[in-house]
Design a protein around this ligand. Structure first.
Ligand code: PLP
Length: 387
């Protein structure tokens, strides 16, 4: 029989994804569904990045690479991390990974033994439970409150500590809520980490989409030595399918993770690494993508403004908007199914991401402004007619 570590890892982590899967199959069967349930860009990777990759393929970069990532890529990542966190970061504190998810996996493997315990702040990204399960570790979910804009409360986290707790996992800007954690929220968490000698696993893959200056907990006093930052080019550089991410952390942990790569990835794809390095150095697409999502968020918030019985929560950054629909229908799964069946628009029920987001729907902004406007019109009609 399969090991308990790999049994029961589901792609979604929780129930409620049936709406998305049903919408996908209808969509693929030719029905015109507006898909606002997934978090992948509706546009291609910037052409400069594509050209850099083609040049690298033609240039014969077809071979094994360094386990930590090619030096030029690590150097570029270190520079970005320095900029993103404000903490001077060297290439030795970086390991390049195939996407942010692999950085997350590495972070959890790095600090949790089988039987260890972590705290996860909810609503959380769907793969988190499986990532802990794959390490044989347990976790406690600490819910946030919708009315707080899904900001974490230190007191709630403190109460969830156990004798074997080793780490806290947070995500800012957040998927699914779009909440951007405030300095006060992050300071509260940092304080708990320092006082209880915990690691902070900080998923910052949406760091360029926060709508302002990014604040990383790695920059807080005494945190650089106990924070592992998960980062990615998927969202910031429009490169979801390229699978390039990285982890930033103390040099000794990074050295151990480089050894782990001997038995996992054995390094990244050579020509992809070269294109990624150039994209980081030149910032291909970063500004445009950030602006595009900022204007989509604004459009969506404007459209929702004044819509009776629907309240926007969080939604300060990232690629999603969260709508509190409890005054229309307390059961968000029921709402999402009915919206799909009546108006052919797919959204995610918030309950798929933890209790705090129950009674909400998550709207992905990964569609053009015209499509989003059409979806907003259908949502308004649906809410007005909801009985
Ligand atoms: N973390 C969060 C919060 C995400 O939303 C995602 C992707 O949607 C990831 C990590 C992983 O992204 P990737 O592996 O494409 O870098």
């Amino acid at each position: 029989r399969p090991s308990s570590r790999i049994s029961g890892i589901t792609p979604s982590g929780k129930d409620g994804w049936e709406v998305h899967f049903a919408a996908m199959s209808r969509h693929q069967a030719g029905e015109k569904i507006i898909m606002l349930s997934v978090g992948d860009h509706d546009f291609d990777t910037p052409s400069e990045t594509v050209e850099a990759c083609v040049t690298a393929v033609r240039g014969g970069f077809h071979h094994y690479t360094q386990l930590a990532g090619i030096p030029r890529l690590r150097e570029a990542m270190a520079k970005i991390s320095t900029r993103a966190t404000g903490v001077p970061t060297s290439a030795n504190e970086i390991i390049a990974t195939p996407g942010g998810q692999a950085a997350l996996y590495a972070a959890v493997q790095a600090v949790l033994d089988p039987g260890g315990h972590a705290i996860v702040v909810a609503p959380y990204y769907a793969t988190y439970p499986g990532t802990f399960r794959a390490a044989g570790a347990g976790f406690t979910v600490v819910e946030t409150v919708a009315e707080d804009g899904f900001q974490p409360r230190a007191e709630a986290i403190r109460k969830a500590l156990q004798p074997n707790t080793r780490a806290i996992l947070i995500n800012t800007p957040s998927n699914p809520t779009g909440a951007v954690y405030t300095r006060k929220s992050l300071e509260g968490i940092a304080d708990i980490c320092r006082k209880n000698d915990l690691w902070l696993l900080s998923d910052e893959v949406y760091w360029t989409l926060g709508g302002g200056e990014h604040l990383s907990p790695r920059a807080l006093p005494g945190m650089a030595e106990r924070t592992l930052v998960i980062n990615s080019m998927s969202k910031s550089h429009g490169m979801t399918g390229w699978r390039i991410g990285w982890l930033t952390g103390p040099e000794d942990i990074v050295a151990l993770l480089i050894s782990l790569n001997v038995v996992t990835t054995y390094g990244l794809t050579d020509f992809v690494s070269r294109a990624a390095a150039e994209a980081l150095e030149q910032g291909y697409g970063v500004k445009e993508i950030a602006e595009r999502y900022a204007s989509r968020r604004k459009l969506w918030l404007d459209e929702m403004h004044g819509l009776n019985n629907v309240v926007v929560r969080g939604s300060e950054g990232g690629m999603y908007a969260m709508l509190d629909i409890r005054a229309v229908e307390p059961d968000c799964e029921k709402f999402a199914w009915a919206f799909l069946d009546t108006e052919n628009v797919a959204v995610m029920p918030g309950s798929s991401f933890g209790e705090a987001a129950a009674g909400h729907i998550r709207v992905s902004l990964c569609q053009s402004e015209d499509v989003l406007k059409e979806a907003a019109t259908r949502l308004k009609r649906f809410v007005a007619n909801y009985a």
